[in-house]
Design a protein around this ligand. Structure first.
Ligand code: AKG
Ligand code: FE2
Length: 311
């Protein structure tokens, strides 16, 4: 009996141990799940804080002024307070910026005209081109990127030049320049006859090839009036489409409170007063090829240049 009793006691003893083990396992599992949930919550909170910091301080976060998917039926204008830059230069009433800002128009140049100008740029640039990612062709001075330097296309290719460009190409360039000049005058309330074409005025071709010289480093923030001296109004005519022909390559106004972009679109004209109220840069091109023309105007007749002519 005693043995039996001892036996029963042993059974109930092992039941208790088993229950204890079970309870311990349940407790351990619950603790693990709780720790897992707490870790997950912590990670989520850390992610949220990091994203918030990224969104608040990352200088690449931008407002899009005009998207590639829009087709503007009239110029979109953004007024910006003029910088003091113009005070250090001789003033020309009716032209020197008193109203500053930036604007974009999709109505100045047709898609067909942009296509013709792009072909002109392709033909000219096919004669040379930079070793790095940025090549230019300046129809006025004849400067053409060539490896790590420049050549004068009119001198270097004098025998071929009339096969590459036609009188119609130059007429189209002049027409387009005149229309851009008028839209800038209308937008900023200027007398168009007081505005003069100034140098440099050039076609640009940019791809994702790495820079080989500083001439290829197109992405640096700059102020056109400082970089080029004579500029009062800068215009850019785009000849290819952002996100279709190339990636990256957006135009970025770098304002004190953040970046504002213009997405290039074939035939789109973007123009702005050239002082430090319009500090800007071009985003690096990630893929494809971006074509544009920089056409600029000065109020100072001493810095005027005439339209390019076919020799
Ligand atoms: O191609 C562009 O969008 C801008 C070029 C530019 O900033 C310049 O030519 O000064
Ligand atoms: Fe510029």
């Amino acid at each position: 009996m005693a043995v039996q009793r001892r036996g029963n006691f042993k059974i109930s003893d092992s039941n208790t141990t088993e229950k204890k083990i079970k309870r311990y396992n349940v407790h351990r599992q619950t603790s693990h799940s709780r720790a897992f949930i707490i870790t997950l919550l912590l990670l989520t909170a850390i992610c949220a804080v990091v994203s918030w910091l990224f969104l608040s301080f990352n200088d690449d976060i931008t407002e899009t002024l005009v998207s590639r998917w829009e087709a503007l039926s009239q110029p979109r204008v953004f007024v910006v307070q003029c910088s003091e830059d113009y005070e250090n230069h001789k003033r020309f009433p009716g032209c020197t910026p008193t109203k500053c800002g930036r604007a974009v128009s999709d109505n100045v140049v047709t898609k067909e005209e942009a296509q013709m100008l792009k072909r002109l740029a392709e033909r000219g640039l096919s004669l040379g081109g930079s070793d790095g990612g940025a090549s230019i062709l300046d129809l006025h001075s004849g400067a053409l990127s060539w490896g790590k330097k420049f050549v004068n296309i009119y001198r270097y290719f004098s025998a071929e030049i009339n096969d590459v460009f036609t009188e119609d190409d130059f007429k189209l360039y002049r027409d387009v320049r005149g229309r851009i000049q008028r839209v800038i005058a209308e937008t900023f309330g200027l007398d168009p006859t007081q505005m003069h074409l100034t140098k440099p005025t050039f076609f640009s071709r940019i791809n994702s090839t790495g820079a080989k010289t500083t001439h290829d480093e197109y992405w640096h923030p700059h102020i056109d009036k400082v970089t080029y001296g004579s500029f009062d109004y800068t215009s850019l005519l785009y000849l290819t489409d952002y996100s279709v022909d190339f990636g990256g390559g957006r135009f970025i106004f770098m304002d004190p409170d953040g970046n504002r972009t213009v997405e290039p679109l074939s035939g789109r004209v973007s123009f702005f007063s050239s002082g430090s109220e319009n500090l800007h840069r071009v985003e690096k091109v990630a893929w494809g090829t971006r074509y544009a023309i920089t056409v600029s105007f000065t109020c100072d007749p001493d810095h005027a240049i005439s339209d390019p002519i076919l020799p």
